[in-house]
Design a protein around this ligand. Structure first.
Ligand SMILES: [Zn+2]
Ligand SMILES: [Zn+2]
Length: 703
């Protein structure tokens, strides 16, 4: 009579056990069988969830259970074991957001969860809910293995496809795979997959070909590509045109590329350019997880006795430094390294596990030489994999306390007891910095916080809002800039004074999304700086090469300046100020002196050395008023909005009709960065006014 529907081995994990009650035994030992007393076994409507199963004596393993309740022992028939994992509220939210998104769209999506938030549970739940096949891709075999292990620890079964792990199994519903192995064996991926999940998806560089697709999910399978992720996505899209693409990451940006997605679900735009992913559909800040006790609090103390000064080095586009330059610098500072290691030893006396991140292999070896040999280990790229696994195991088993490495243990390394991190390597990559610190934030018994010592002056703030762009200069910090058109609170790099008031910011366009009556959402078209198209007057990004409205070529201001500086009949003013005056007509022209009224506006552009250029606009002539407004009205409107902090529709432009109106604008009159004039017989005629300049020439008041 004992049956079982599904073969699942019981391991001391959480299971949902669906039971049919067969009988009960009271405290006196008398047993009732429901079928004996004429009752049918009935299925408990709510499955019983067992944390582990010490109170369940499995008389017939996998098929029956006896549960001792307070006064009864209940005999049960096990109908089914369902692996049970309790999702945290935010994991549930992330899953719900994914389902909601893919129900209405096939566009690619990203979920942003801090390291340690339990991405594997989100993957497991999505896999459980999916009917069809799922492929989980990662870039390193350690992560493939770790994700797979986590997944199977919930009592589920999945396949691994990774040459490095010597397994090529694709017949399970879920396959954990390394991207390299899949790309090399595309012929083995002819099945219809419904979902591709990319873990650590900030590493995806899709080298988007703008002519053939806009997002990763829509790759054209016939386009030859060199990128492995693109190849795999193209192949699977070919088999199933409706396949969904989901990325998971803790750090949704890449140095050099910026944000990896375009639109955020909270209503703003991260990028106007194509990105590997289209939408961010869920995001949780690190602070939330720490506050709720899901992660350990990092204790960033500014108590370093010594620091390296890496400021003389130049990082590459990925924020990394050349090892030879690093070694050259570090070789001059052996005493600093020794002093730092001594401080690490002192501060770590009461700590359980210490990870030290070195800048180069040579540096790592030096650090290791100052550490107690019997309690330390070194892992570098060249460490033999067996040896490496052994050292990691010894560290996890706490046989050793100090683990020195050079960027090999940033992803896929999981030793929850780590409660101190010493950073001795420089980086400009926020995501790398966050990953390093992420190694110390997991929960572990008797761990109260994680001490983070940064000896490099990296100066990242773990809790600061992300700007996602490269920091333009050292004084910049994230600032909030409210859009005057839609009131969206943008976060840009900017400079503030000592009181915290904004002096300037480097934002170009408002990132808010604006809802339209037809249900569409588009990016707010308010631009803080812009390059005006001379052909159709529409506003373009200052770096645009062609007009987004009329598609005509926009002249590069640097080319314009270069040419003007070479010509003898041209004059260039590096404008440091503008003054507005009136011109009164010459009384000798025969007019009645009494009736002479000024009607012309004279604009003078001054450079730093006193040189100037002028132009006049006759406000009694409608065509000149029109030209004036074409040149300045948009920028005047922008300045008025900024000054008044007023909200207006982005397309509303303040126009100037009279000379009196124009004169009142002297405080907010837009100042160009350069003015170019050409000699016209006897005077200089202004040809171009370059606003919002960002190029290689020095602007006025710039060093
Ligand atoms: Zn806006
Ligand atoms: Zn145009």
């Amino acid at each position: 009579m004992w049956t079982r529907k599904r073969s699942v081995s019981i391991s001391p994990r959480r299971f949902e056990i669906h039971l049919a009650l067969l009988g009960a035994q009271n405290q006196t030992g008398r047993t009732f069988h429901f079928d004996q007393v004429g009752q049918k076994p009935y299925t408990k409507p709510e499955p019983i969830i067992l944390e582990s199963h010490p109170q369940v004596a499995t008389t017939k393993p996998r098929a029956s259970a006896i549960i001792r309740l307070s006064s009864f022992t209940v005999y049960c028939q096990v109908i089914d074991y369902v692996p049970h994992f309790q999702l945290r509220d935010y994991q549930q939210d992330a899953v719900a957001a994914t389902l909601a998104h893919f129900r209405k769209s096939n566009e690619s999506a990203v979920i942003v969860l801090p390291t340690g938030a339990g991405k594997s549970l989100v993957i497991a739940e999505l896999a459980r809910l999916a009917r069809r096949k799922i492929l989980v891709l990662t870039h390193v075999k350690e992560l493939v293995e770790q994700n797979h292990q986590k997944y199977e620890s919930y009592g589920l079964t999945a396949g691994i496809f990774s040459a490095g792990l010597k397994q090529k199994v694709t017949h399970h519903q879920v396959t954990f795979a390394s991207i390299q192995s899949v790309a090399r064996n595309l012929d083995q991926f002819q099945h219809e997959y419904s979902l591709i999940i990319i873990d650590e998806c900030h590493r995806v560089n899709l080298e988007i070909n703008q002519n053939t697709q806009t997002t990763a999910g829509k790759a054209n399978p016939t386009t030859p590509t060199t990128n492995q992720y693109q190849q795999v996505i193209a192949q699977l899209t070919h088999t199933n045109p409706n396949i969904k693409l989901l990325g998971l990451t803790a750090t949704p940006y890449r140095l050099g590329l910026g944000w990896i997605y375009r639109r955020h679900y909270r209503g703003f735009v991260r990028s106007e350019q194509p990105r590997p992913f289209e939408h961010c559909i869920y995001e949780l800040p690190l602070r939330y997880l720490i506050k709720r006790g899901y992660l350990t609090e990092p204790k960033l103390v500014d108590a370093t006795v010594l620091q390296y000064d890496f400021s003389s080095l130049n990082a590459n586009v990925n924020g990394e430094y050349s090892p030879s330059e690093l070694n050259a610098l570090l070789n001059k500072h052996h005493r600093v390294t020794k002093g730092i290691v001594e401080q690490v030893l002192t501060l770590s006396e009461d700590r359980q596990g210490v990870m030290i991140f070195a800048a180069t292999v040579e540096h790592a070896k030096e650090i290791y030489s100052y550490l107690p040999e019997d309690r330390s280990a070194l892992i570098i790229g060249a460490t033999d994999s067996q040896e490496r696994d052994q050292r990691i195991q010894d560290f996890k088993d706490r046989k050793i306390k100090y683990l020195v490495n050079v960027s090999v243990l940033t992803t896929g390394f999981d030793a929850p007891h780590v409660d101190m991190i010493a950073i001795l390597r420089p980086t400009q990559s926020v995501s790398l910095y966050q990953q390093i610190i992420g190694r110390g934030l997991r929960l572990s018994p008797n761990k109260h916080d994680c001490l983070v010592m940064d000896y490099t002056g990296n100066e990242f703030d773990l809790y600061q809002p992300e700007v996602g762009e490269k920091k333009p200069n050292s004084q910049s910090k994230p600032v909030q800039v409210i859009c005057p058109a839609c009131q969206f609170p943008n976060v840009f790099w900017g400079i503030t004074d000592d009181d915290g008031d904004l002096i300037e910011h480097y934002g170009r366009r408002c990132q808010g999304l604006v809802d339209h009556d037809n249900g569409e959402r588009t990016q707010c078209d308010y631009r803080f700086v812009f390059k005006e198209c001379p052909h159709c007057n529409s506003e373009n990004d200052i770096a645009a090469r062609s007009c987004t409205t009329c598609h005509k070529v926009l002249v590069d201001p640097d080319d314009m300046l270069k040419k003007a500086l070479q010509l003898r009949d041209s004059k260039v003013i590096r404008c440091s100020g503008v003054s507005l005056n009136t011109v009164t007509p010459d009384p000798r022209s025969g007019n009645d002196p009494e009736s002479i009224k000024p009607c012309k506006l004279k604009i003078t552009y001054h450079d730093e050395d006193g040189a100037e250029l002028n132009e006049t606009f006759d406000f009694s002539k409608p065509n000149q008023v029109h030209t004036f407004n074409q040149l300045f009205a948009k920028r005047i409107s922008r300045n008025i909005l900024n000054k008044l902090n007023e909200v207006s529709t982005p397309n509303h432009t303040y126009t100037v009709d009279t000379l009196e109106q124009a004169l009142k604008l002297h405080l907010i009159f837009p100042k160009p960065d350069f003015v170019i004039a050409k000699k016209d017989k006897y005077y200089w005629k202004i040809k171009n006014r370059i606003f919002d300049y960002e190029g290689s020439y020095r602007k006025a008041e710039q060093l």
